[in-house]
Write a protein that binds this ligand. Structure first.
Ligand code: 9YT
Length: 132
């Protein structure tokens, strides 16, 4: 069994900040934990807009605090996000994520990320073949 607390993760290599300062991600479960998915808590900071395209990953996100919205760039639809909202990027949708209040999001990635990924210029996380 794996048991971890946020306090144990903050300040470690599992506590990853976006280079543009838009978010911080606390990575509770990574590929090396062997679950087949990764599991993170992400804070998206108020007043930020982030372009994201997870072309290599599926992601499900559940908001437990804060407010914002997601814009699906394929359809133009804008969906509000607040405590109790889930969205799943089941077709690798390109999107903007905007926060009007700090949003606390619980995120699952399949395939699991390996640990250090931050978005590249395409808003993407690369596939890492081998991190052993
Ligand atoms: C919701 C989202 O994709 N935010 C960016 C960070 C990502 N969730 C992560 O690496 O935890």
């Amino acid at each position: 069994m794996i048991v971890r607390t946020l306090d144990e993760i903050i300040g470690t290599e599992r506590d990853v900040k976006a280079e543009n300062g838009n978010w911080v991600s606390r990575r509770f479960l990574l590929r090396k934990d062997g679950m087949g998915f990764s599991f993170h808590e992400t804070i998206i900071y108020a007043g930020t807009e982030t372009y994201i395209w997870y072309k290599n990953h599926l992601e499900a996100v559940y908001c437990v605090a804060g407010k914002g919205e997601i814009e699906d760039l394929g359809t133009g639809e804008i969906h509000p996000i607040s405590d109790g909202t889930m969205y799943a990027l089941n077709t690798h949708e390109k999107h903007y994520l905007r926060a009007t209040e700090d949003m606390r999001l619980v995120c699952v990635f399949n395939p699991p990320i390996t640990g250090t990924e931050v978005h590249d210029r395409e808003g993407t996380y690369p596939i890492v073949e081998d991190d052993s």
